[in-house]
Write a protein that binds this ligand. Sequence first.
Ligand code: NDP
Length: 336
Amino acid sequence: NRRYVLAQRPQGMPSDQDIRLEEIAQPEPVQGQVLLRTLYLSLDPYVRGRMDDTPSYSPPLAIGEVICGGTVCRVEHSLNEKYQVGDLVLAYTGWQDYALSDGEGLQKLDANMDHPSYALGLLGMPGFTGYMGLTDISNPQPGETVVVAAATGAVGSVVGQVAKLRGCHAVGIAGGAEKCRYAVETLGFDICLDHKAPDFAVQLKRACSKGIDVYYENVGGAVFDAVLPLLNTKARIPVCGMISQYNGHHSDHQQDRLPLLMSTILKKRMRVEGFIISQDYGDRYPEFYAQMSTWLAQGKIAFKEDIVEGLENSISAFQGLLSGKNFGKLIIKVAE
Ligand code: NDP
């Protein structure tokens, strides 16, 4: 029974000095508890933020605490009348093989579902995030230009496809030619640009000939610098994430650009709104689920997973997520 705990707070990219593997005895449930076997573990960018000891929307992980993460688990042993052995549940048990639960916060899944791991991706937290941030905060209208980076990832792929379903001009930004090709050919983006290209800002300007009405912010940094001058009056910016900054990388610009940002917000009368999916939209999950599962059944939404086998590969996979090596929703397959 393995588990990964926070050994020390990372400086920059998390390493195997920062995250420690521990071998412990398999826990035994007491009355009211279930023993959960992790089948799938979701690796998500926000976990990097939880490793830092800085004020945020949720408390930092403590040193020695199991690294957090959403999981799909199977009930292996039950002393809780609500759960039977073999039940499949959505849980939040993190980077470990087994965990105990008193049932609080578990969500039963259909044991026959085709893709149980979709509960961690398209039909779970990331899909919900892309859908709500786009539809509720920016409410894009037909013909408007919507731009999103990390366009082939768990959140961005949903943003782009929902923008197309709403009749928008969808411009994706992704790392490398293969991701860009997939964004256009499979996800249906009108165009997708490689942010690593030296003339990326010029390409973006050309692709957004009518300016940008909605910029769904996933990455920050150099991508945002290229977006800012192209934003239209009354543009909306759902601020979802800033992955380029999570390891403490700051842009090369030395000068203070806050005045430029604030004056652009003022002159273009823009709306910039941050959100945290669980805290702002928890009550709207059923509405999202009904819509997304319908689109999925109708073949209107594609979703790519990047499944890495073995809990022992979690650290390297997580490093890959923070440097663009994943291609699709990153999931660790822990057990059959
Ligand atoms: P993805 O599946 O999109 O994977 C992360 C991607 O980010 C990478 O594949 C890479 O894509 C891109 N990336 C990584 N490092 C950098 C960098 N330094 N500069 C530019 N791009 C980089 O992740 P998710 O879909 O799970 O998450 C996307 C964003 O949404 C994150 O910022 C995350 O924190 C945020 N989020 C926010 C939530 C909220 O409630 N506000 C909830 C869930 C997610 P590429 O190779 O294409 O550049």
